[in-house]
Write a protein that binds this ligand. Structure first.
Ligand code: SF4
Ligand code: SF4
Length: 239
């Protein structure tokens, strides 16, 4: 959304229209609803700007104001390191795709959540709605089976009892998830930037859900440590 002339002021009367201050865009990004499929079909939203929140990932639920574990996958616009939507142009103070912004953005009224909540309840896009190549779909399914959060969690729970054995199994998950990305990108000629959409964000980042952190060694090996303050990360479910 774009910066308007009106400036928000605590003494202003309650807002009843959008002043395009961009505050909502700088806070989080939208997840894609079924109605947004046409934006992808017409390349109005590039796949490299999206990522998948996989089933079992922990994210912030902005509506309920708490951390939740997602029970179904979600496709979302990437967020910047410091938070906020990747498609927001901070210098121009405007959305880069404003005329074609996702339905969640169009429905968001910071002064009245009703329309947004109605849109949010609708069906969401999944990877299988976007990916048509059967080879790639098969690889996504294989990755899901091998690197599901459910399987990962069961190994994390065994660390205390099994020690090195459980850690070894977790490291194997991390390596497979890490190595499949450049391999598939190269073999199928898909830009590497699209791999977070194809396979979700790398497990070496999302493993923080279990209070673990991965440190890369100089030789490229992974080293697992315990996070000082386990967190669900900054990623949100939607706006
Ligand atoms: S919906 Fe609200 S926060 Fe978002 S741009 Fe409009 S006025 Fe700003
Ligand atoms: S897609 Fe555009 S309107 Fe929606 S959050 Fe991102 S920058 Fe804002």
């Amino acid at each position: 959304l774009r910066q308007g002339k009106e400036v928000s002021n605590p003494l202003s009367p309650p807002r009843n229209h959008c002043i395009r201050c961009g505050e909502c865009c700088r806070r989080s990004s939208p997840s894609l609803q079924w109605e947004d499929l046409t934006l992808l079909e017409k390349d109005l939203i590039e796949k490299r700007t999206l990522f998948t929140v996989r089933k079992g990932e922990m994210v912030r639920d902005n509506i309920r104001g708490c951390l939740v574990v997602v029970d179904t996958e979600i496709v979302k616009v990437k967020e910047m390191e410091e938070g906020g939507c990747l498609l927001y142009d901070d210098l121009a103070r405007a959305c880069r795709i404003y005329p074609n912004r996702p339905v969640q953005c169009a429905a968001l009224k910071c002064w009245d959540p009703r329309e947004f909540e109605k849109v949010f309840k609708g069906a969401k896009i999944r990877r299988s709605d976007i990916v048509s190549d059967p080879v790639l779909l098969g690889l996504i399914q294989q990755h899901e089976r091998r690197c599901s959060f459910e399987r990962l969690e069961s190994h994390v729970k065994r660390i205390q009892v099994e020690g090195e054995r459980a850690l070894g199994a977790i490291l194997e998950f991390l390596r497979f998830d890490f190595e499949i990305r450049p391999f598939v990108s190269h073999k199928l000629g898909i830009p590497f930037e699209e791999m977070d959409l194809v396979f979700g964000r790398p497990l070496i980042k999302t493993i923080t859900r279990f209070g673990l952190q991965v440190i890369r060694q100089p030789d490229g090996a992974f080293f697992l440590t315990i996070l000082k303050s386990p967190a669900g990360g900054k990623t949100s479910l939607s706006h």
